[in-house]
Design a protein around this ligand. Structure first.
Ligand SMILES: Cc1cc2nc3c(=O)[nH]c(=O)nc-3n(C[C@H](O)[C@H](O)[C@H](O)COP(=O)(O)O)c2cc1C
Length: 178
């Protein structure tokens, strides 16, 4: 797919078909993620593919947390949990090097996450970058066996079962400072 086409047609996808995404495609997304630039070339990202029961457990952690803390967390959390339930696979993105420059490393990891999302579009997959796991990210990291690392975000992946219109963007004149 042509580069601009991929950028212009990426959407956050929140409804997926039940079709399985081959692990080879998921590994290709991770390979693309590792081609992102990173501060001092530290490559602080670590990735894990999570499917089936483990993915379901993450949904349960999110829903349980929301039930107990409704007044203090984002009300989008249960919807996002349902998106995770619906998707075929999650790519969980961890930050390694907890003693390193957190700001720089988080910027670098953001670049790698966007490679995953653009890569998904180019492979005919749908994706959505998810941060609503934030309140339970330590619990998820421990559950996945990496309590020593910090989860930055997760990306839900699957074959799209919707074709959303582009979300509005600010006009260029609003974002270019003079
Ligand atoms: C850092 C970050 C966190 C996000 N977290 C969530 C989330 O938790 N749940 C969700 O449904 N979408 C999430 N999104 C997707 C945004 O809502 C979406 O990118 C935005 O509305 C623009 O739509 P588009 O991606 O289709 O262009 C997140 C996006 C980013 C970059």
């Amino acid at each position: 797919m042509e580069f601009n086409y991929v950028i212009e047609n990426r959407r956050s996808i929140r409804k997926f078909t039940s079709m399985d995404v081959d692990d080879k495609l998921l590994m290709e997304l991770i390979r693309l993620a590792t081609l992102a630039p990173s501060a001092h070339n530290r490559q602080p990202w670590r990735f894990m593919i999570v499917k089936s029961d483990k993915k379901k457990h993450i949904v349960t952690l999110m829903n349980d947390f929301y039930e107990k803390n409704k007044n203090s967390v984002s009300n989008t959390m249960p919807f996002t949990a349902s998106v995770i339930d619906d998707c075929n696979a999650l790519i969980v993105i961890f930050r390694d090097g907890l003693d390193s420059d957190r700001y720089l490393d988080t910027l670098s990891i953001g670049a790698s996450i966007e490679h995953i999302c653009l890569g998904a579009t180019s492979l005919g997959l749908g994706s959505v970058w998810i941060n609503d796991i934030d309140p339970v990210k330590e619990e998820i990291a421990k559950y996945l066996g990496y309590g020593n690392l910090e989860i930055v975000s997760v990306v839900a992946i699957g074959y799209p079962n919707q074709n959303p219109k582009a979300r509005p963007r600010k006009d260029i004149s609003e974002v270019v400072l003079k």
